[in-house]
Write a protein that binds this ligand. Structure first.
Ligand code: APR
Ligand code: PHB
Length: 393
């Protein structure tokens, strides 16, 4: 017989979506248990993107986990787009009155884990074979194994925050769902190094050799990416070759400011746009990467996880405090309305900045014209800025 426990909300996944949801629920007096497949060290070491929209910062503040973020995060008033031999600055503050904060997702995750373990409730690390049952009933439950023991967690609601490869999305009956997907014929090769960044702000570069991005984690830690082929291997990119390529693609203005050094992390990731609808069935609610993926151009992944769990926590709070389920019923539509706009922006920015077509093609001319237009039009720059700093939620 499995050991049986009970909670109000069973959360699958201790990524940013699951952890932030648990924290927001706690502030509303709602209990949860988080089941995480990996161990704590693994989750705390994962390297991911690092740009927080102002709305995400506000939400982390509301959640009481923004102290270190305010101390160590870097507030950026704009970004640069390097293309056709020039650098164009998009001034967020001037165009929208808003800013973004550069603070690694790794750090956000650590802060959320620390808050959770300081008394909010359990995280079951290394929960194996999590299986979702009876989501169409009023008493759904999760079955899992930990340290070889079978356990059952009976819940009022289940939150599927287990990322793209989790078990939650497949638990929605196929007949109710639809998926939308776009894959790209290239990936991003990323490098993390303990060297000062080459510029105070991020630089997104469109170059005939392919896209490049200069980003950072702190005044002493840089994060760079280049567009690469999907069949390329990390071993083909020793640090020196990667630094040389970055210098070429970021351009001769920037190259002298690039400090090189040994990589502390290097990886290749494919790019994907993906949305699964609806984001809810019965008592199972999906949030974050479990329901949608964006390509990293524009850094929307974590920010979308934040808006999802904001909507979900608010809806669960209305249920428990007022017995009102209107927001729960509207959750999928509410979340998806924002998701689709971020999907559009991430796709647009990806298509604008990557090398997709031969130099002499019509499509390459269209890209060039769009970049030219961006450089010459305040309206076009405002569109980019408004989306980059994040649409309201
Ligand atoms: N059982 C339990 N936990 C699981 C399972 C499972 N079957 N499958 C996956 N998980 C865990 C993963 O180990 C991970 O810790 O769920 C968590 C999902 O976290 P993320 O992948 O970080 O997804 P999410 O919380 O939605 O965060 C979205 O993270 O991946 C980035 O680009 C993404 O920035 C975005 C943000
Ligand atoms: C990052 O710093 O990892 C980063 C920044 C901006 C992006 C994507 C990734 O658009």
């Amino acid at each position: 017989m499995a050991v049986q426990e009970r909670t109000q909300v069973g959360i699958i996944g201790a990524g940013p979506a699951g952890l932030l949801l648990a924290r927001l629920l706690k502030l509303h007096g709602i209990d949860s248990v988080i089941l995480e497949a990996r161990d704590r060290d693994y989750v705390e070491a994962r390297v991911r993107a690092g740009v927080l929209e102002q709305g995400t910062v506000d939400l982390l503040e509301e959640a009481g986990v923004a102290e270190r973020l305010h101390r160590e995060g870097l507030v950026h008033d704009g970004v640069e787009i390097a293309a056709n031999g020039r650098r164009l600055r998009i001034d967020f503050r001037e165009l929208t009155g808003k800013t973004v904060t550069v603070y690694g997702q790794t750090e956000v995750t650590r802060d959320l884990i620390a808050a959770r373990l300081a008394g909010d409730g359990p995280i079951v690390w290394e929960a194996a074979d999590v299986a979702i049952h009876d989501i169409e009933s009023a008493r759904p439950y999760l079955r899992y194994r930990v340290a070889g023991l079978e356990r059952e967690l009976v819940c009022d609601y289940i939150a599927g925050c287990d990322g793209f490869h989790g078990v939650s999305r497949p638990a929605l009956p196929e007949s109710v769902g639809q998926t939308f997907e776009r894959t790209y014929a290239f990936g991003w090769l990323g490098i993390l190094a303990d060297v000062p960044p080459c510029s105070e702000e991020l630089i997104y570069a469109s170059h005939p050799r392919g896209f490049a991005l200069a980003s950072m984690r702190s005044p002493t830690r840089s994060r760079y990416y280049i567009q690469c082929g999907l069949d390329e291997k990390i071993e083909e990119w020793p640090d020196e070759r990667l630094w040389d390529e970055l210098k070429l693609r970021l351009g001769s203005d920037t190259a002298p400011d690039i400090t090189t050094g040994p990589s502390i992390e290097k990886s290749i990731a494919p790019l994907r746009s993906f949305v699964s609808t609806p984001m809810q069935h019965g008592r199972l609610f999906l949030a974050g990467d479990a329901a949608h993926i964006v390509p990293p151009t524009g850094a929307k992944g974590l920010n979308l996880a934040a808006s999802d769990v904001h909507y979900l926590a608010r809806a669960l709070a209305a249920h428990y405090s007022k017995g009102n389920d209107d927001l729960l019923r509207a959750y999928s539509d509410t979340a998806l309305a924002r998701v689709w706009k971020a999907e559009r922006f991430s796709w647009w920015m990806t298509m604008l900045l990557h090398r997709l077509h031969p130099e002499a093609s019509f499509e390459a001319q269209m890209q060039r014209a769009e970049l030219d237009y961006l450089a010459s039009s305040r309206a076009a720059q405002t569109v980019l800025a408004e989306n980059y700093v994040g649409l309201p939620f």
